[in-house]
Ligand binder design. Structure first.
Ligand SMILES: Cc1ncc(COP(=O)(O)O)c(C=O)c1O
Length: 398
């Protein structure tokens, strides 16, 4: 009954942990979850007010398929002022979240067998979305020592005549790493010799950076701009995950192609959310800054506490709200009851079952030596999580 197409798609690994965590909570067990991928803040008041006003003012109908001209203008203004990038409203298409923009962008550009280079650790959906679009994911493992960022050398080696696209995610989910301007320029230097390769630049965590300003590849290498599919949205920076609003900025041709798919499958995103998005972009970023300061404080605590645990190594992530410590010293060990811990998934299941700590295994992101801990959680929860992690790891033996 189910289509062949779905045979190649893996179910989300992250759901296994979060599903079990919810089950345990329902049974009345104490579970501290650091598995969440969304800010633990409310959407800022002025954005909510704009949405309420939109409802009251009767903005109840469909908008144009690529989104309202007003919001697309606001996005162009933002891209010019904050990123130094020139786009016209015809080069922008809004969607129900960045996830949809990525999926449709892949459908619009990939042919069967086209290779897509994905540096690992990667966001869980990239390889599955590429497969769904009949492309072939080419996963490139990166080094902890380089904060899990792909080098120009690694990129060069991964390119074949079939390469159609490179996916970059900076700041990264799951590592929090950010590519610097020079690192992006080095990658761009390689890409200059391959004019047919597109670059999907996922910048959804743009606003959550701690050290200097965010830089995307179109800014670092303007000569590549026409090959960049810039993905962004409102979910993370404005704590608007549930409002489902993201966008793609690209050449008019690509935007038109994505528009064709969107017009048949979903149409434009929610009109009220688009009004909220306009308010978000057209007002000062005070609430964003406040949220980033809270994340900065938690990051400092979490990274230091992780590095104080014997055998655990963690670099200071430059952005997003994740730490991705290397826990490989605890793999191939045994639990007090004699169960083997072979993989990061085994380790996360043990931590959840025995210590009530939910973390996402690196296996889900294509990097078996790490686990992802989200610090979109209160300081008290982070402290308790560290206590549980420390105790859990100490109970393992080789
Ligand atoms: C790297 C990355 N890209 C895209 C998305 C999707 O964002 P949205 O909620 O806007 O669909 C997420 C959400 O977790 C993400 O982490």
């Amino acid at each position: 009954m189910i289509a062949q197409r779905l045979q190649v798609i893996a179910p989300s690994e992250t759901l296994k942990i979060s599903g079990r965590a919810k089950e345990l909570q329902r049974e009345g067990k104490s579970v501290i979850s650091l598995s969440q991928g969304e800010p633990d803040f409310k959407t800022p008041e002025h954005i909510c007010d704009a949405a309420i006003k939109a409802v009251r003012d009767g903005h109840h109908g469909y908008t144009m398929n690529p989104g309202t001209p007003e919001l697309r203008e606001a996005i162009c203004k933002k891209l010019k002022e904050e990123n130094g990038l020139d786009y016209t409203p015809a080069q922008i298409i809004l969607s129900n979240g960045a996830k949809q923009s990525i999926g449709f962008a892949l459908y619009a550009t990939l042919d069967k067998g086209d290779e897509v280079i994905i540096p690992a650790p990667y966001w869980v959906s990239y390889p599955e979305m590429v497969k769904l679009a009949e492309g072939t994911p080419v996963v490139v493992s990166t080094a902890f020592e380089n904060d899990y960022k792909m080098t120009a050398e690694q990129l060069k080696e991964a390119i074949t005549p079939k390469t159609k696209m490179l996916i970059l995610c900076s700041p990264s989910n799951p590592t929090g790493s950010c590519y610097s301007k020079d690192e992006l320029k080095a990658l761009a230097d390689v890409l200059k010799d391959h004019p047919n390769i597109l670059i999907l630049s996922d910048e959804i965590y743009e606003y959550i950076v701690f050290d200097g300003e965010h830089v995307g590849i179109a800014q670092a290498a303007p000569e590549l701009k026409d090959r960049v599919l810039l993905i962004n949205g409102f979910s993370k920076g404005f704590a608007m995950t549930g409002w489902r609003l993201g966008y793609l900025a690209a050449t008019t041709d690509i935007v038109k192609a994505v528009g064709k798919i969107q017009s048949q499958l979903t149409s434009a995103p929610c009109t009220i959310s688009q009004k909220a998005g306009e308010a978000a972009y057209l007002s000062p970023r005070d609430s964003v800054k406040k949220m980033v300061e809270a994340f900065r404080e938690r990051r400092a605590y979490l990274v230091q506490a992780l590095n104080e645990i014997e055998g655990v190594k963690c670099f200071n992530p430059g952005g997003a709200f994740y730490a991705f410590p290397d826990i490989s010293a605890y793999l191939n060990s045994k639990t007090p009851s004699g169960d083997e811990i072979k993989t990061s998934t085994d380790l996360c299941m043990f931590l959840l079952e025995e210590r009530g700590l939910a973390a996402v295994p690196g296996d889900a992101f294509g990097e078996p030596s790490g686990i992802r801990l989200s610090y979109a959680a209160s300081m008290e929860h982070l402290q308790e999580a560290i206590k549980r992690l420390k105790e859990g790891l100490a109970a393992l033996s080789k």
